[in-house]
Design a protein around this ligand. Structure first.
Ligand SMILES: Nc1ncnc2c1ncn2[C@@H]1O[C@H](COP(=O)(O)OP(=O)(O)OP(=O)(O)O)[C@@H](O)[C@H]1O
Ligand SMILES: [Mg+2]
Length: 710
């Protein structure tokens, strides 16, 4: 079976935030010449007639049986359909810290072009999909409430929104098609009456014979799931059915002449197959919102309030039949609702006012924050509820790169402000730091822990160690600063300096700090202090990052490095072979330049006592290359390259007089050198003019403060 999806996955590309701004594509180009289609061609190309016909199929019951026999998947339950929908987008195995996960591409939001993409949460999402899968197979989780649990702003609503959108789109594909039926009881009337709960047409077959009918119908036909259709018709259809059955002397097949089957398109906006229930204050909410209400106008028509035709099956459970119902803040619900919820979950039945229990087929997902969940745990009355939930933790992210992705998605392409390099990274870094537990070992700083989690290697830490770190920090990701707070502050930083076309990390850090004073979710003064202190940790890290970049931009002159390298190697060669070096200017033979060699080696912490080993190592390396007929290039030896870059930086730092950059008088020569460095920052590191100048000035001020730790 080929999977038909509304937007081919191949056309969807995940966002990449690393691409420097100036490399990003602008709007559409008009370079196609004059190939614009005629307006009438355009109209017919975009005509929705065919699609409309495909999506609005109607047919007789018999035609439906034939259609179902060809595509048994039209008979799937809500859980089966939801699981298949997710799987239809494909998945891949990913290994992180020696553990393998299945990553479902659906959560990259291919339908919305990545707008609601969820980053990181691979293990949580795998859990969720596994629960849906076992529900699809009838292993029991279909009788549970799926409870997404996590701190505020951890993407719980985003995950549910994705599922809803996914179902809507799936129901419009051939693969995800589903059907319901309509009645026309009075032969002359033109109007077809839809099944108020949009039930599966196979439910029209009397329950007593339904399964054997289905078994006969689908005999020898392959299906991913056993085909069954549970439950009775809703009270209104049952009523009509009974009346007709009497008319036809008990022959149900004759009733089918009053039936038309039609395709069902799920749509939250149209209140078809997707429902949302949100707690409001108790006075304004009663259980009719969930299970439907009496239609007082129709009582006059039908004479009784217990005539099901005088009932509106428009409660959220009714509406969501065949699809999915979301309970926002489920644990803030009044207890009265929870009883309805329990029945709906355990028995797949709801109890509308004055009517017998009514069968439903829908996925029930709720979400909740931690405080409410804790309350639930200590409440004995809620035991029944607890017992019927599958809890899935949706924590904050603790991997920096994933967190950056959240903000890159939001801000990379918005407005005409230039976002300076590292701005989003710094904000994300702080957010992640607030969520991490202090490492037990004093050997490890919180920032180092963050880097380990982000996939960086540190001497003495294997992937297993890192996993252990993660596993022992059980509360990690359940506390700290939410992405929503960061999003708000980045937005503030963007709008609050209208005259400056660039947003830089300092502006964002200031906003983050300012906001802490009034942050309503910070529990204690102590916590506020800790968050503030983490801001200085982040600032320090930022200084390191830009010092490093400026340093690299200054020493990015490959010719100079190559010359320095040649000079060093000549000296080392002479030293190890106890020879002399020829001075290129005077032509005289001289002793190897010990000062030069040491000034390079010290940059990578080679002590005096180890210098002979290091020099021999370099010579052996060069010799081995020579045997293979290869020439030595400095960048093939990482340590040597670093040493050379640092040395060159030190030499040039003084010629450029970085320190003097902040003074107002700069000679022409220095200015030229600075311009070259600035140009390199722009070209190699994605800066714009303003942010490159800012960074140079800032690094200069660091050096002016006498901080010459490199
Ligand atoms: N892992 C993540 N991947 C992508 N976006 C995320 C992630 N975590 C949080 N966000 C973003 O953070 C914001 C808040 O997410 P959302 O509203 O889904 O959170 P929530 O868990 O429902 O919060 P609440 O508990 O307050 O209702 C959204 O903009 C969302 O895109
Ligand atoms: Mg939410």
């Amino acid at each position: 079976m080929t999977v038909q999806v509304p937007y081919p996955a191949s056309e969807y590309r995940p966002l990449s935030f690393q691409r420097p701004f100036h490399l990003r594509k602008g709007g559409s180009s008009m370079s196609d010449g004059n190939k614009a289609p005629s307006v009438s061609n355009l109209l017919s190309k975009y005509s929705t007639k065919e699609e409309f016909e495909r999506l609005n199929w109607t047919g007789t019951f018999q035609e439906y049986l034939e259609l179902a026999r060809e595509n048994p998947h039209v008979t799937r339950t809500a859980y089966q359909r939801l699981y298949d929908m997710i799987a239809s987008w494909g998945s891949e195995e990913v290994t992180k810290l020696n553990k393998t996960y299945t990553r479902y591409k659906f959560f990259d939001d291919p339908i919305g072009n990545g707008k609601d993409a969820v980053f990181g949460l691979d293990d949580s999402l795998e859990n969720l999909v596994n629960v849906l899968k076992s529900a699809a197979l009838g292993f029991g989780t279909e009788r549970r409430i799926i409870l997404l649990h996590g701190p505020v702003g951890s993407a719980k609503s985003t995950v549910v929104r994705l599922l809803k959108k996914g179902l809507e789109a799936y129901s419009r594909t051939d693969e995800g098609a589903l059907y319901t039926y309509e009645w026309r009881v009075d032969g002359t009337a033109d109007e077809w009456q839809e099944s108020p709960m949009r039930e599966e047409p196979l439910k029209l077959i009397p329950e007593s014979i339904r399964q054997s009918f289905i078994d006969d119908l689908f005999e020898g036909i392959d299906s991913n799931y056993p085909i069954t259709t549970h439950g009775e018709l809703n009270p209104a259809c049952r009523h009509t059915y009974k009346l007709l059955l009497e008319d036809y002397g008990g022959d149900w097949t004759q009733i089918l002449s009053h039936i038309r089957v039609k395709r069902l398109l799920l749509s939250e906006k149209d209140r078809v197959g997707i429902g949302t229930f949100q707690p409001k204050d108790e006075k304004n909410q009663d259980s009719t919102e969930l299970t439907g209400d009496i239609n007082y106008r129709k009582i006059a028509v039908y004479g009784s309030d217990s005539d099901p035709r005088a009932f509106n099956f428009d409660g959220e459970f009714n509406v969501a039949n065949r699809g999915l119902i979301e309970f926002v803040e489920i644990l803030k619900l009044d207890v009265a609702f929870l009883y309805d919820l329990l029945g709906a979950t355990q028995e797949h039945k709801i109890k509308p006012k004055k009517f017998a229990q009514t069968d439903i087929d829908e996925v029930i997902i709720g979400h909740t924050n931690e405080p409410e969940f804790k309350r639930l745990q200590s409440n004995e009355l809620m035991e029944a509820f607890r017992d019927r939930t599958v809890k899935i933790d949706i924590p904050y992210l603790t991997v920096l790169d994933n967190e950056i992705n959240i903000y890159a998605k939001d801000y990379e392409k918005k407005g005409n402000k230039f976002i300076a390099p590292h701005t989003l990274e710094i904000a994300a870094m702080w957010a992640v730091l607030t969520r991490l537990e202090e490492p037990q070992s004093h050997q490890l700083s919180l920032m180092q822990k963050l880097k380990l989690y982000n996939g960086k290697s540190l001497p003495g830490f294997t992937s297993d160690n890192v996993r252990e770190l993660k596993e022992t920090a059980t509360r990690e990701g359940m506390e700290g600063i939410s992405p929503r707070y960061i999003q708000d502050k980045i937005s503030n930083a963007i709008v609050s300096h209208p005259k400056i076309p660039t947003v830089n990390p300092f502006m964002v850090m200031n906003e983050l700090e300012e906001g802490l004073k009034h942050h309503s979710l910070i529990a204690s003064e102590e916590e506020r202090k800790r968050f503030q202190q983490l801001l200085s940790v982040v600032k320090e890290e930022y200084e390191d990052i830009i010092k490093n970049e400026v340093q690299k931009a200054i020493s990015a002159d490959e010719d100079s490095i190559a010359r320095l390298c040649a000079n060093y190697v000549d000296n080392v060669k002479a030293y190890t072979q106890r020879e002399k070096v020829k001075n290129p200017y005077t032509g005289k033979e001289e002793e190897p330049d010990e000062r030069l060699m040491r000034s390079i080696e010290e940059k990578i912490d080679i002590p005096e006592s180890r210098k002979d080993d290091f020099r021999r190592e370099i010579m052996n390396y060069i010799g081995a290359l020579a045997i293979e007929g290869k020439q030595f290039k400095y960048w093939t030896n990482e340590r040597l390259q670093k040493a050379l870059e640092l040395k060159l930086f030190e030499d040039q730092k003084d010629t450029i007089k970085l320190k003097n950059l902040i003074s107002s008088v700069i000679d022409k020569d220095t200015q030229e050198k600075i311009d070259i460095v600035r140009a390199r920052l722009i070209k190699n590191y994605g800066y714009d003019e303003i942010s490159a100048t800012d960074v140079l000035n800032y690094v200069a001020s660091i050096y002016a403060r006498g901080d010459i730790k490199s």
